[in-house]
Design a protein around this ligand. Structure first.
Ligand SMILES: [Zn+2]
Ligand SMILES: [Zn+2]
Length: 144
């Protein structure tokens, strides 16, 4: 995980306050963690990472859902009935909704930020309904 300076923490604090939530140390740590993460994390993974700060699992769960409901995190469900949470940037890098690749062998989830549905594909998909998640499954490079 990359080291985050105090500027980062300050801007995260501001971001949380702008939503009307209190910028508690646990919420700041949660957002810091997900900002640095390169793939969506489960509640269990976030709890493990924040254990050193002695944030209990119930608080982690509540914070993840609070931050998702104000739009700072995106919740994804990739077919295994586990909610994963990821940072939502306003634009660019990791910004908009993107497909995820799930390895059927090891369960690793990867963000496919570069892959987008074309405008034409999006229009066509609306005939079937609103797309909320695009998941590709297969064997990751590590599992071959
Ligand atoms: Zn794998
Ligand atoms: Zn993602």
């Amino acid at each position: 995980m990359k080291h985050l300076g105090s500027n980062q923490t300050e801007s995260i604090k501001r971001t949380i306050r702008e939503t009307g939530l209190r910028a508690t140390p646990a919420r700041i740590a949660t957002l810091n963690l997900l900002h640095a993460a390169t793939s969506p994390l489960t509640h269990a993974e976030v709890s493990d990472e924040l254990r050193d700060l002695s944030v209990d699992r119930a608080t982690v769960f509540r914070n993840l859902n609070d931050l998702a409901s104000v739009g700072l995190l995106r919740r994804t469900e990739l077919g295994d009935r586990v909610w994963r949470f990821e940072w939502v940037a306003e634009s660019g890098e990791h910004g908009s909704a993107h497909p995820h690749f799930v390895c059927v062998d090891c369960g690793t989830v990867s963000c496919m930020d570069e892959i987008k549905l074309t405008a034409g594909s999006m229009r066509m998909s609306q005939e079937f309904g609103e797309v909320t998640e695009i998941v590709l499954r297969g064997h990751c490079n590590d599992c071959g």
